[in-house]
Write a protein that binds this ligand. Structure first.
Ligand SMILES: *[C@@H]1O[C@H](CO)[C@@H](O)[C@H](O)[C@H]1NC(C)=O
Ligand SMILES: *[C@@H]1O[C@H](CO)[C@@H](O)[C@H](O)[C@H]1NC(C)=O
Ligand SMILES: *[C@@H]1O[C@H](CO)[C@@H](O)[C@H](O)[C@H]1NC(C)=O
Ligand SMILES: *[C@@H]1O[C@H](CO)[C@@H](O)[C@H](O)[C@H]1NC(C)=O
Ligand SMILES: *[C@@H]1O[C@H](CO)[C@@H](O)[C@H](O)[C@H]1NC(C)=O
Ligand SMILES: *[C@@H]1O[C@H](CO)[C@@H](O)[C@H](O)[C@H]1NC(C)=O
Length: 214
């Protein structure tokens, strides 16, 4: 348990002095009452709610400016996911942010933020929709932030605080098979080496198979 979150497979909680017990991508660090993905950008993606039944979870990127909505610089959230088996769900909407514009006028469809460094936002449609022609003026730099929705008016900071939905490709992982056969999953070598520990010995995939490790 970490805060309000019950941590269940495939997620796992790192504990000092204990060997890893899961895949590195799903490693969580309990920071007070927040479960943070250890291997996310700056270790700052908070897992808020997990939907194991459909392999998805709600996350909040703590790298975003969740206090005033004005970061030092904007960036694409997809950047922080380079290493994981995670994809940003199409169920998200997108918040489009423009900055570093070469023209002075507010780009059509966008509102100016109150930030000191000039930037503009727009609450967009389905995540990825900005790729349609005409949505984004070329005279600015674009950053895309996935959000689950827009709770009220143009309050984009509240949207970012609510988080966004990520899906994981069901890992080609033997743990469910191992557990079904009565074994316990073990992950050696920093979580990458799998073995199934059974009453009759240690197996590569599941209890009772022909090949045995020891
Ligand atoms: C977490 O687990 C506890 C004890 O099993 C249960 O009472 C509680 O409802 C669970 N919480 C969530 C959010 O699933
Ligand atoms: C973890 O908690 C500490 C102390 O509460 C805080 O200073 C730090 O910013 C937190 N880290 C993240 C990534 O939220
Ligand atoms: C998974 O189920 C939850 C709860 O019903 C839902 O909120 C979420 O959108 C679903 N995720 C996907 C990827 O459909
Ligand atoms: C901002 O725009 C200027 C000129 O258009 C460009 O040289 C610079 O690299 C841009 N900065 C960023 C951070 O994209
Ligand atoms: C963010 O991603 C979009 C494509 O979705 C790309 O056009 C844009 O240049 C990226 N912005 C930054 C700041 O990397
Ligand atoms: C832009 O501002 C107007 C007036 O405050 C508001 O009605 C609209 O929802 C805002 N649009 C966005 C994208 O924030």
């Amino acid at each position: 348990k970490c805060g309000d979150l019950n941590i269940t497979y495939p997620f796992w909680l790192e504990e000092p002095g204990r060997p890893p017990c899961g895949s590195p991508s799903f490693q969580l660090n309990c920071n007070g009452s927040q479960a943070l993905l250890t291997r996310s950008m700056f270790g700052a993606y908070q897992v808020v709610q997990v939907f194991a039944e459909n392999s998805s979870f709600l996350a909040v990127d703590k790298n975003l400016p969740l206090d005033d909505g004005c970061p030092k610089f904007w960036f694409n959230i997809s950047l922080g996911l380079g290493l994981g088996p995670f994809v940003i769900s199409k169920k998200n909407k997108e918040l489009l942010v423009l900055d570093n514009c070469t023209k002075e006028a507010t780009p059509p469809g966008f509102n100016r933020t109150r930030c000191a460094s000039e930037s503009f936002i727009r609450l967009g449609g389905e995540y990825g929709g900005h790729r349609e022609p005409g949505v984004v003026p070329p005279a600015c730099r674009l950053s895309v932030v996935p959000v689950l929705g827009f709770p009220g008016g143009g309050d984009y900071v509240r949207s970012m605080k609510q988080g966004f939905l990520l899906e994981w490709a069901v890992p080609s992982d033997n743990c469910p098979k191992c557990e079904a056969s009565g074994g316990q999953c073990r992950y050696a070598n920093d979580g990458t080496g799998f073995s199934c520990h059974c009453s009759g010995g240690v197996y590569p995939e599941k209890c009772g198979e022909l090949r045995k490790i020891n």
